[in-house]
Write a protein that binds this ligand. Structure first.
Ligand code: F6R
Length: 608
């Protein structure tokens, strides 16, 4: 949520800042701004409401006239306070125009701080909490920028990542963070700061992640890190840029590309963790996990990750015979959860910095109970906080709506429950059978993807409806929820998901020809029960799109069908989600939505 970027080096900062912002744009796309400064303290700034491309157009015109401005900070905004206007865009400056800052986060006590400054005759040009920080710096300035920021952050309540420059000391950039992420990239000729790894992974190799309350001071291409006023040495890490590469190729949208990446993701998750020749799970982390006495699994996650986690709870109960439950992370923080030292707490987060997941993890960590992460981004703060975990290896996901990452999360949860099951009651023959099926899973996924034209035609037929129900029960219930979320998020069409069993309790009241139901009904345990529910919908003139197993003799029961290959019930979430992701994508495309960047959203939710 909000992307911040900074540069100090020999080259012209504006062009580099724009490139960095483009890579961070999925963190927020309400407005963008940058300031660049030269060694004499002369500076230029530019801002634009909307996309980074708007800012780039303004900058390109001006760049020709400008000399080298070799230091700069930039920001792409997801509005937390007030309207999306030019004045509310970053970077914000102090009243005396001396201090400029970019900020990712929320300052909860901004009202009191503003009042305090107003009583000292400060006036404000924007509605943002960020401008307050700039004026606090002016008000409390002493010795230098770093000393001043050290002093003022004690007054700020809640999360932030702040980068600031003092135009009277143009060669210096100061960064500090609490909660929100900050990464420092280095080489001989430059230093960059960015909000996440994706911003520079194709350009830079070495990076250092700042921990809470650590400061970075950049001076003339060199940087130092401070913790509690002491200069500290931190080991830099290296990045595998191949893993973070994402090229659109012939696809129109990243979301489409990422749906078509699903077979590769499945391959990445399982290969190296399963020895398919010997039909064995060979992952060391999972073997280590089996050394713990675990009596219960509690998963904590938010939205798409929550639904992936909910599929996981079925797997843990089914394959490992272990009680498993899931809690939405924001509620975990609010409620009085009874923590249990024999439980394994699993934290799922695809983007890596979701504030409510991170804060929930801290609570469990403080108790000393066993924590496990499943994240996609190497170096993420969630990954650094928990006891052990597994990376999704889903590659970069640029589309704000998560697709391939959800599939990766479900895959890992399946693997974990098989591994934990083998320590308990799961028969080796059953695990072996499942491994054989996993090996063939991509045939089913590819078969679904090859139906893209048909799914597109069906999506076209359904795109004009304003409401949908997604219906199923048991393991596919969270799949229905996830599919419904994707439709809402990508197309802005209202939809809800229920168990078919629920229909008579009340959802039937909304069913009529203009309120279609998508019934997920592949062959399996609940097939016939669902048929009865389908009849109930039809008796009310409800329209039904069925997601059914191929060669189903009763296909004519449905108004339309999307067929998935025959596969075991346990693995059915994979092809079904793939089919429904494509459906939502094509509905959104038919409605001319901005698919990769749904309105009002951002990829990582770093603030409460
Ligand atoms: C929906 C979506 C979001 C995320 C949620 C949690 O497509 O992507 O709803 O699932 O914000 O994000 P992570 O998984 O990064 O913690």
């Amino acid at each position: 949520m909000c992307g911040i970027f900074a540069y100090s080096g020999d080259e012209n900062a504006p062009t580099l800042l724009i490139n960095g912002l483009r890579n961070l744009e999925y963190r927020g796309y309400d407005s963008a701004w940058l300031i660049a400064i030269n060694k004499n303290g002369e500076y230029i700034y530019e801002r634009a409401v909307g996309r980074v491309s708007n800012l780039a157009t303004n900058i390109e015109k001006k760049c020709k006239e400008w000399n080298i401005f070799n230091t700069g900070i930039a920001h792409t905004r997801w509005a937390t306070h007030w309207w999306v206007t030019k004045l509310n865009s970053h970077p914000h400056h102090s009243q005396n125009n001396r201090f400029f800052i970019v900020h990712n986060g929320i300052i909860e006590n901004y009202k009191e701080l503003k009042k305090e400054l107003e009583s000292k005759k400060y006036t404000f040009y924007s509605d943002t909490d960020t401008e307050i920080i700039a004026n606090l710096i002016q008000d409390e300035f002493e010795i230098d920028l770093k000393t001043t920021i050290e002093k003022i952050i004690k007054k700020l309540v809640w999360a932030y990542a702040l980068v600031a420059i003092d135009t009277k000391n143009p060669n210096e950039i100061i960064g500090v963070k609490l909660g929100s992420p900050m990464i420092v990239w280095t080489s001989e000729n430059w230093v960059f700061i960015s909000s996440d790894i994706n911003a520079l992974s194709q350009v830079a190799k070495e990076f250092t992640i700042l921990e809470d309350f650590e400061f970075v001071v950049i001076k003339d291409k060199h940087f130092s890190i401070f913790s509690s006023w002491e200069k500290i040495e931190k080991k830099s890490q290296e990045i595998n840029s191949e893993e973070l590469k994402s090229e659109l190729g012939s696809f129109e949208y990243y979301t489409e590309k990422e749906i078509f990446d699903i077979p590769e993701v499945i391959e990445n998750v399982f290969s190296g963790r399963i020895n398919f020749a010997e039909k064995k799970i060979v992952n060391e982390t999972l073997l280590e996990l089996n050394e713990y006495e675990i009596e219960r699994v509690e998963i904590i996650a938010s939205w798409s990750s929550y639904f992936a986690g909910q599929v996981g709870t079925y797997y843990f109960k089914d394959l490992a015979w272990i009680p498993a439950s899931i809690t939405i992370s924001s509620e975990f923080l609010c409620d009085n959860f009874i923590l249990d030292k024999k439980a394994l707490y699993i934290f799922l987060s695809q983007s890596w910095e979701t504030a409510d997941v991170r804060e929930s993890l801290k609570i469990v960590k403080e108790k000393g109970w066993l924590t496990f992460w499943i994240v996609n981004v190497v170096g993420s703060s969630i990954a650094r906080l928990a006891d052990m975990g597994l990376f999704c290896h889903a590659g970069v996901e640029i589309g704000v709506a998560s697709t391939k990452n959800v599939i990766a999360q479900i895959s890992i949860l399946l693997l974990m429950s098989m591994s934990m099951g083998l320590k308990r009651n799961l028969q080796y023959s059953e695990a072996r059978f499942l491994i054989e099926e996993i090996e063939l899973l991509n045939n089913a996924i590819n078969k679904v993807l090859s139906q893209e034209k048909k799914i597109q035609e069906i999506a076209k037929k359904y795109a004009h409806y304003s409401h949908f129900f997604f219906l199923w029960r048991n393991l596919l219930y969270p799949v229905a929820w996830e599919a419904s979320l994707k439709l809402k998020e990508l197309s802005y069409i209202h939809s809800e998901a229920y168990s078919t069993w629920e229909l008579k309790h009340w959802p039937l009241a909304l069913v009529w020809p203009e309120f279609p139901c998508i019934v997920i009904n592949p062959k399996g345990t609940f097939y016939h029960k669902n048929i009865s529910n389908i009849k109930e919908i039809q008796a009310r003139n409800g329209k039904i799109l069925g997601i059914i197993t191929e060669k189903n003799q009763e296909a004519d029961l449905y108004d339309d069908t999307i067929e998935i290959p025959e596969i075991s019930e346990r693995l059915s979430p994979f092809p079904i989600l793939t089919a429904l992701y494509l459906f939502s994508y094509y509905v959104a495309k038919d409605l001319w939505r901005e698919i990769d960047k749904p309105r009002n959203l951002a990829k990582s939710v770093t603030v409460e």
